[in-house]
Ligand binder design. Sequence first.
Ligand code: NAD
Ligand code: WQD
Length: 679
Amino acid sequence: MSESEYILVTGGAGYIGSHTVIELVDNGYKPIIVDNLSNSSYDAVSRIEFIVDQHFPFFRIDLRDSSALTKIFEKYNISSVIHFAALKAVGESTKIPIDYYDNNINGTINLVKVMQKFNVKTIVFSSSATVYGDVTRFGDDRYIPIPEECPMDPTNPYGKTKYMIEQILKDVSNSDAGSDLKVAILRYFNPIGAHPSGLLGENPLGIPNNLLPYLAQVAIGKREKLSIFGNDYASHDGTPIRDYIHVIDLAKGHIAALNYLHKIGNSGLYREWNLGTGKGSTVFDVYLSFCKAVGRELPYEVVARRSGDVLDLTAKPDRANEELQWKAELGIDEACKDLWKWTTENPFGFQIDNYQWKEFSDDLNDRLHTFKIDNFKVGIINYGATIQNIQIGDQLLVCGFDNGSDYKSSSNPYFGANIGRFANRIKHGKFTLNGKKYQLSQNEGDKNCLHSGFNGFDKQNWYGPIVKFNDDKFKVDFKLIDKDGNDGFPGDLETILHYIIGYKFIEIEYESKLLNGESTIVNLTNHSYFNISNGDSIDDTEFELGTDQYLKVDDELIPTGEIASIGSAKFTLTSDKSFDNCFIVNENDDRIDTRSNELKQLVKASHKDSKITLIVSSTDPAFQLYSGDGINTDGFKKRSGFCVEPSRFLNAINQPNWSKQVILKKDETYGGKIKYEFK
Ligand code: NAD
Ligand code: WQD
């Protein structure tokens, strides 16, 4: 595989596709996902990115849309295709067969036509054990466990689409034009389980048809009890036998197939492989294993057999074991454990009440996420993991733009952004670490480095968010990997930002780790501009600061080292009073991780017109108070908002007695917390 080659994954946002994309990345492949999201959500894609620390191309298109598909093949050098996209519900296929034939077969025909046009010769196809039909029809057990040679006889429209697609691919590979086509037909048995991170899994919409998704909903109280469809089969406990395969093993099977096809060179191939464990489990076996994972007995009732069910569908996986050098490694216990983690951590899958997102610019990596708790509303965008809006009823409380491009304009004064890897100023962008001198971007009047230069945390699309809702609070996680050398900073730095959004409050927790190198410097803050008046100016806001001590600065706005008092920590902001000062809360705390500190109140601000009070607290030793005099951008003028930026000391890295606050060494964690509360 060359650096520039991509693997196109159709249906990559779905259950099996999403797990396979992760395996692809882990094995050095570069995926492109195409999915019409008819049975999935873009949230799965953003979670994949969060897991693999990469953005990759995603296109929301239907496979039947030739011109859209063609554009992707034109733009990217696609070497192979893994084709998952299909409708897959057996019961539904008997009700709307034409939709199944249209989607699955026309989608595939279209895909193959475009592949031919662009000379793409490798395809891995998601087939199903369902193509074998009822293998007890032979009257004996010569095809149990089921080998690939077992004659096919699908019994429902869904299964027939899989059978027909196999035939279509076979005919193409037998044709002159397709003689060098390499086709892997993977016949999956019963995929179960979820990603061990708890971040990805099956997200069934409506009432689940399959055993484990149903049982999971019983376990979280969404369904009353499991109906076991018959206990009069000839198995050890009377319930039917299936070959349940962990979705991670299944995903790995695709890598094995792809590697195999790449290895055979330019000759053509059409070959089927069963992907199963070779070990059958009954419904009761699975039920007991899941009860063990949950830690209690779950309610069930034995009811009549389900029409179409058969006694035994166990794979003979020998061909895949030998030829693909692939073998399922995980059992039903691991799958049940992972499914239970996914279910408890995401009881509503990706559908969380009162959380919505929409596209904020033409890039899906930059979306606007909106969270609502009663009349409290918060908007956050991926770009900068920025707070775009805080609102109580109709009252807007922060400055923010309503479209993505304004955030990228040079006149944006860091509205709502998270600033990193080093907030505030570094004198002339210079510092020394472990005896080595560094020069950062000088973006403030060609002198200082301000808020990390030209490509700080505020100007990157963060991975995620991972959104969960518990105890009346949203937990929203973003992740960023800031690359070694970006704006001159040393070492790859991973930062996870946890937002907690509850009724009338937002908490921010920063957690950064160095992924390589000996040490770097870190100082993070949030740059929201608050306006709690009813008007468009912050004048007349009443302030009570948690300290009256601030750092005196020289005419380049760099501290002289002297700490002084502003006189009174209580004042009303008038138009002749402006602030851009670093206040000191604790002179003695020089730890890199301040999260174990109590949150300390830094600022209490209130306004007589709105009767709203804002309290900002933090675990950090300082904060910058800025009255927004430099604002001059679309729709916002001077003093439209004020900032309270909890952080380490201004230019701390260049003062020997402060520098420990900001030096992050290998194996340490940088940490800090901020809380905004409205009363
Ligand atoms: P899934 O529904 O989670 O994933 C399929 C994805 O394809 C979805 O994201 C859907 O939005 C997308 N899609 C459907 N039609 C499309 C179209 N016309 N254009 C673009 N995208 C489209 O299902 P899954 O369980 O991940 O299954 C993946 C594949 O594996 C399917 O082909 C399925 O038939 C096959 N399979 C699944 C199972 C199983 O039990 N899950 C078993 C055997 C085979
Ligand atoms: C498993 C066992 C049920 C639900 C289906 C498709 C197949 C493939 C995988 C796509 C059976 C029993 C189930 C319940 C139960 N998909 N059961 N109570 O039917 O083996 O395979 O999914 O290609 O094509 O047919 O899977 O999970 O529905 O059932 O007792 O509520 O669990 O009778 O024995 P199945 P399943």
